[in-house]
Design a protein around this ligand. Sequence first.
Ligand code: NAG
Ligand code: NAG
Ligand code: NAG
Ligand code: NAG
Ligand code: NAG
Ligand code: NAG
Ligand code: NAG
Ligand code: NAG
Length: 240
Amino acid sequence: MIRLLLIFASLLRLLPPGSAADPLPCSPRTCGNLSIAYPFWLEEDGQPPCGAPSFQLNCNASQALLSRSMFGSYQVVQVFAENSSFVAVDNNLPLDDGCPKFWFNISLGLGLSPFVVSNKNRELLVLHNCSKQVMPPGFNRTRCANESFYRLGGVYGSHRELAGLPPACSLSVVPVLGFPDGNSYVSSMRQGFLLEWTLSDECPKCEASGGQCRYANAGTGFSCNCSDGVRPDKCGESRK
Ligand SMILES: *[C@@H]1O[C@H](CO)[C@@H](O)[C@H](O)[C@H]1NC(C)=O
Ligand SMILES: *[C@@H]1O[C@H](CO)[C@@H](O)[C@H](O)[C@H]1NC(C)=O
Ligand SMILES: *[C@@H]1O[C@H](CO)[C@@H](O)[C@H](O)[C@H]1NC(C)=O
Ligand SMILES: *[C@@H]1O[C@H](CO)[C@@H](O)[C@H](O)[C@H]1NC(C)=O
Ligand SMILES: *[C@@H]1O[C@H](CO)[C@@H](O)[C@H](O)[C@H]1NC(C)=O
Ligand SMILES: *[C@@H]1O[C@H](CO)[C@@H](O)[C@H](O)[C@H]1NC(C)=O
Ligand SMILES: *[C@@H]1O[C@H](CO)[C@@H](O)[C@H](O)[C@H]1NC(C)=O
Ligand SMILES: *[C@@H]1O[C@H](CO)[C@@H](O)[C@H](O)[C@H]1NC(C)=O
């Protein structure tokens, strides 16, 4: 039985690979400067999904955008597969002038997903809509028409222990990797922030058993396509 499987597997490998102009479905792709590989995947018209929905990307004007993110506007700029993290830029933020119609918390935009904001980030604190005339200590004034104040805080999440934030203002928290040029909070938002993902190891297990990962139902129904049929997890399991 095992030998048969091996012969089958080697036969499959003899099938002609797709030509360079027409890469195999689900093989790595590029978008702008980004190489897209598992667990990320690029959506393509008429092609079945190649991965989980959270990792679905579309390529728009050389930007790789997470299709299922808030308004589809999270751009993936760098992926570190070796430690399951990536740098994302939230295009919902006011990346041109730093003055949004209203401020919001980044964590609200992520919703249900396998992504968490890494504690490798620091936090950009913005105080806005203050009901009293205040210049909170340690903060700088933005140049926005709606008066607001910003400063670079500590490790992402640490504002929860901060005392003395003026209660007369609303607080918004944006993860940033730091302030790259002095104190420009706008360029820090443009630079993006680090997200980490957790992933079930279903696809690596399936591939290790000689199968191909399949994601039916818009990417939610995982199955393993083996030489002798489709299995729920991996190849070589005896059928009941
Ligand atoms: C690609 O990388 C180059 C050099 O690092 C950079 O100047 C350019 O803006 C990048 N393009 C995109 C679309 O990210
Ligand atoms: C692509 O980006 C442009 C502007 O950058 C935007 O107007 C357009 O709606 C985007 N298209 C898709 C399919 O996201
Ligand atoms: C993963 O590695 C990259 C490159 O070394 C690093 O910049 C990033 O902070 C790491 N991510 C985590 C979550 O440690
Ligand atoms: C100021 O904030 C209000 C809502 O609080 C908003 O409608 C208005 O557009 C903002 N003005 C500017 C210049 O961003
Ligand atoms: C952002 O989160 C902080 C706590 O982490 C909360 O105090 C604040 O009200 C939130 N701001 C908005 C605009 O939701
Ligand atoms: C600003 O504060 C007022 C009252 O303090 C509140 O009614 C309003 O919703 C706030 N606006 C924003 C954009 O947070
Ligand atoms: C505020 O601005 C001043 C002058 O530009 C700068 O020296 C200082 O570092 C800034 N403070 C913060 C918290 O960004
Ligand atoms: C399983 O893989 C074979 C060979 O690549 C392919 O012909 C078949 O359509 C696949 N089945 C499913 C359900 O994806």
